[in-house]
Structures are given as structure tokens and as C-alpha cells.
Design a protein around this ligand. Structure first.
Ligand code: NAD
Length: 260
């Protein structure tokens, strides 16, 4: 018996990074998964690697019509209603309050915040009808506290945390659970594109566990939240951050050795 036997999941942004690790972990635990992403090549290659339990569908989370197409198509591939939605897709843009181009601001809102809302909106009717479901929304440690040059991104991640709680209240009576995940600095193509290994080395000095995370550090929490093991858990926020949000960060290195 695997932990996700009989589960049918959509994973947005599942082609690479944390989404890929989540897809691999879900299939390992017995789920059937749809990898929904704009990255066609990586998504198709991953689905092929995962075999019969996985399929790739091109999908833009910011586009309502794309969600209208995705859910029925996913259900026809999965052979059952979707009972797990992982709203993982997201983008990162740095920019200061007074200089950030509004196009970047709008893009962040559309992909991160609107994409998460559209996902919940798309799966809620069938989940309510089936009286079961788990929606897992990817926020960030930037959904728990702020960081310079990330005001717009932080806004979207606080929004995801807030929408998670409101939706959990609304959907609880239907047996549908909604929780948010708050990763710290995780080594993925996203962070490699914004600072690379130098940023990882710097990040490690800020973290009590003295290293940045990997996608494989993140995936087990998603397995738990997707599974019936978390059946009494909704509206919760779960940090997987090496302890970085456990401190107010006055200290240059948050480890006991001061980053030495
Ligand atoms: P990543 O860039 O490696 O992967 C993100 C995936 O989302 C990619 O496959 C990309 O093609 C896909 N995507 C982007 N825009 C999309 C869209 N409009 N529609 C569908 N798919 C789209 O990033 P990651 O680090 O794996 O990030 C996953 C999630 O974790 C994001 O929500 C991100 O904000 C969040 N997060 C990341 C970190 C980190 O340090 N890496 C920390 C906290 C939170």
C-alpha cells in the first residue's frame, strides 16, 4: 500500500524544480499525475520518464480558458476526477518599489496570485461534489515576512497564504482541504537564474540548518498534504525553510557559528 494510491493529481509548474520533485514523489507513492506547465519540452520528457502514471498537458496558469480546457482533459487522462491540486507554478522578479516596471508587477500577479485562484476555482466544483479533495498552494517564506527588492513577489505570496485560509474555511464543509507551503531558499532553475551558486552560498549562511534546500526536501510535505494522513489539516501554513523564519535575522549568520 502506497501513501497516494488512488489519488489523481494536477501539478502546475511540474516540469522542473520543485514541481518535478513533487511529480516524481507522487508517482512513487502511487498517484496518477498531470504535469501542467508552459515548458513543453521539459514537461513531456518528465512525463515520458515517469511512464503510464504521468501525462504532460500544456497549460498557462494565468489563463482562465486554459484551466477550462485542462480540468476535463486531465480527468479524461487520469480516468477519474481530480482530487489533488498542487498550485506550484510561480515566477520570481526582483524590483524595488520605486523602479519596478509595472509589466513585471502585473506578470507576478497574473501568474502567482491569479494562477492560484484560477486553479482553486477550476477544481472546486468537482471536489465539492465528490466531497473530498486536497488543494496545496505554494507560497514562500516571502508569504510570511518581507525581503527587500521583493515587494511585488511578496505581495503575491502573502495573497496565496491568505486565499488559502479563506478557501479552507469556505470548502471545509465539503470535505475539501486547502493548505499552503512556504519553502525557504531552494536550489532550482528559478534560484539558479537569480544569483546562481553565489546566491546559494550566501543563502546557506542565513539558515540555521546551514544549507539551502533541495526540491527533494520539499516533496515529502506535499505527499503528506495530498494524502489522507493529513485528513484533519486545513487552512494550515507549513514552512520548509531550514529554520530561516525562526529568527528575526539581526545576526549576520543565523547558524550558531555565526555563518563561520
Ligand atoms: P522553477 O522556475 O524551477 O519552476 C517553476 C515552473 O513553473 C517551471 O516549470 C515553469 O515553466 C512553470 N511556470 C512558470 N510560469 C507558468 C505559467 N504561467 N503556467 C504554468 N507553468 C508555469 O521554480 P521553483 O523554484 O521550482 O518554484 C516552484 C514554486 O516554489 C514557485 O511558486 C515559487 O515561487 C516557489 N518558491 C520557490 C523558492 C525557491 O527558492 N526556489 C522559494 C520559495 C517559493
Amino acid at each position: 500500500m502506497n501513501r497516494l494510491d488512488g489519488k489523481h493529481a494536477i501539478i502546475t509548474g511540474g516540469a522542473q524544480g520543485q514541481g518535478e520533485a513533487i511529480a516524481r514523489a507522487f508517482v512513487r507513492e502511487g498517484a496518477r499525475v498531470v504535469i501542467a506547465d508552459v515548458a513543453d519540452e521539459a514537461g513531456s520528457a518528465l512525463a515520458a520518464d515517469l511512464g503510464d502514471a504521468a501525462v504532460f498537458i500544456h497549460h498557462d496558469v494565468s489563463d482562465a480558458a486554459s484551466w477550462d480546457r485542462l480540468v476535463p482533459e486531465a480527468e479524461s487522462h487520469l480516468g477519474a476526477p481530480v482530487d489533488v491540486l498542487v498550485n506550484n507554478a510561480g515566477i520570481l522578479r526582483f524590483g524595488e518599489v520605486d523602479t519596478m516596471p509595472m509589466d513585471d508587477f502585473d506578470l507576478l500577479l497574473n501568474v502567482n496570485q491569479r494562477g492560484c485562484f484560477l486553479g482553486m476555482r477550476a477544481v472546486a466544483p468537482a471536489m465539492k461534489q465528490g466531497r473530498r479533495g486536497s488543494i496545496i498552494n505554494c507560497s514562500s517564506v516571502e508569504g510570511l515576512a518581507g525581503m527587500a527588492s521583493l515587494t511585488a513577489y511578496t505581495g503575491t505570496k502573502f495573497a496565496i497564504r491568505g486565499m488559502t485560509k479563506a478557501a479552507a474555511v469556505e470548502l471545509g464543509a465539503f470535505g475539501v482541504r486547502v493548505n499552503s507551503v512556504h519553502p525557504g531558499m531552494i536550489d532550482t532553475p528559478m534560484t539558479q537564474a537569480h544569483g546562481g551558486d553565489a546566491a546559494m552560498e550566501w543563502g546557506a549562511t542565513r539558515v540555521p540548518l546551514e544549507r539551502v534546500g533541495t526540491p527533494e526536501d520539499i516533496a515529502p510535505l506535499y505527499v503528506y498534504l495530498a494524502s489522507d494522513e493529513s485528513g484533519y489539516t486545513t487552512g494550515g501554513e507549513f514552512a520548509v525553510d531550514g529554520g530561516v523564519t525562526a529568527t528575526h535575522s539581526f545576526y549576520p549568520g543565523n547558524s550558531g557559528r555565526g555563518g563561520a
